[in-house]
Design a protein around this ligand. Structure first.
Ligand code: P6P
Length: 331
């Protein structure tokens, strides 16, 4: 086809990169891509159908569940369950993991952790939102046994693949399988994700610094000193630029392409930060590190933190290597 490489074709071409690849992994990415197209369709017409607003329920995080949160969660879980290529899913929207114990899925060797629609409080005001996902190989024994909690509580260094879908001015799927980062833009006219950003590399240094300034008074002095430094200083003669979308996927995607740092430090009322280790910070850390960047909690690589609970939170400093090293020097 005239130079267009679709996600499916790309995955098949790269399938040889995986040891003992039997196609299961490729089919999981296909299932995720399919669900992403379905969610794209609803996100892009959310204002026209009765799918905006809140469900009136709260999730395990104590956050109000948006109707589109629930919709996205159901689509991804359905696609993965019926795809029959993974043994279970952990989602931000569900208190515990979901084991797929049907005969097609129960012996699958992969599990998925995901935030089906991150930043969903922005939906009603038409700001970019995203899906974040990560794929692990099961640790628990197979042979007719459902996946276990331990399959989801693996360190980020054990991730097989990770990616996000950003529903913005265009819908893009960006993922890594440990061999670099590639971005695919959805062409709605053919319903395919097409390779648009091959071999993404994050600039070693950028000017964008991204955090919620509303937390300024709740930060430790060291973070305030860093923020004050960015406000006053320049990078090679260019002033730092403050940017904050309030949607992790959008803030990190911008920095991935242009350079910059995103941080959600601990605060006086969120001593472990806000963002979740398993299905937000680890996948984004894998992607950013694979693109040449850095991701830590200020003292330790995000991907080396030992998860203890599915929904545990961690402070995160992620983006251009030199900028993360710079903020670490203030801590
Ligand atoms: P705050 C969205 O709710 C989210 O989980 C991330 O996407 C985003 O980076 C962060 O929370 C925003 O949090 O406290 O700045 O509104």
């Amino acid at each position: 086809m005239n130079g267009i490489l679709t996600l499916d074709e790309f995955i098949i071409q790269r399938q040889t990169e995986f040891d003992y690849s039997t196609g299961e992994f490729s089919r999981i990415l296909r299932d995720i891509g399919f669900a992403g197209k379905v969610v794209h369709r609803e996100v892009n017409k959310a204002g026209l159908v009765e799918i905006l607003g809140k469900t009136g329920t709260t999730n395990v995080q104590g956050e109000e569940v948006q109707k589109l949160d629930e919709y996205a969660n159901n689509r991804f879980i359905e696609a993965l369950r019926f795809g029959g290529e993974c043994a279970g899913v952990c989602s931000e929207e569900n208190e515990t993991f979901i084991a797929f114990d049907d005969k097609n899925s129960i012996d699958s060797k992969y599990v998925i952790a995901m935030d089906p629609l991150d930043g969903s409080s922005n939906i009603d005001v038409n700001v970019s939102v995203g899906t974040i996902f990560t794929i692990y190989r099961r640790k628990s024994g197979f042979l007719g046994k459902p996946c276990q909690l331990e399959d989801f509580l693996q360190r980020g260094t054990s991730q097989v693949a990770a990616g996000y879908i950003i529903y913005g001015s265009s819908t893009m799927l960006v993922y890594t399988a440990g061999h670099g980062v590639n971005g695919f833009t959805l062409d709605p006219s053919i319903g395919e994700f097409c390779l648009s950003h091959p071999k993404i590399r994050i600039p070693k240094k950028g000017v964008f610094y991204s955090y919620n300034h509303g937390n300024y008074t709740k930060f430790d002095d060291s973070i305030r000193n860093y923020v004050d430094h960015c406000f006053k200083e320049t990078v090679n003669g260019t002033s730092y630029g403050y940017r904050y979308v309030g949607s992790m996927v959008a803030d990190i995607h911008r920095n991935l392409l242009k350079g910059g740092i995103f941080m959600y430090p601990k605060t006086s009322d969120a001593v472990n930060g806000k963002l979740r280790l398993v299905y937000e910070c680890n996948p984004m850390a894998f992607i950013v590190e694979q693109a040449g960047g850095r991701a830590t909690n200020g003292h330790q690589r995000i991907m080396e933190i030992e998860p203890k609970e599915l929904h545990q939170r961690t402070p995160i400093f992620i983006g251009s290597e030199d900028m993360v090293l710079e903020v670490e020097s203030f801590l």
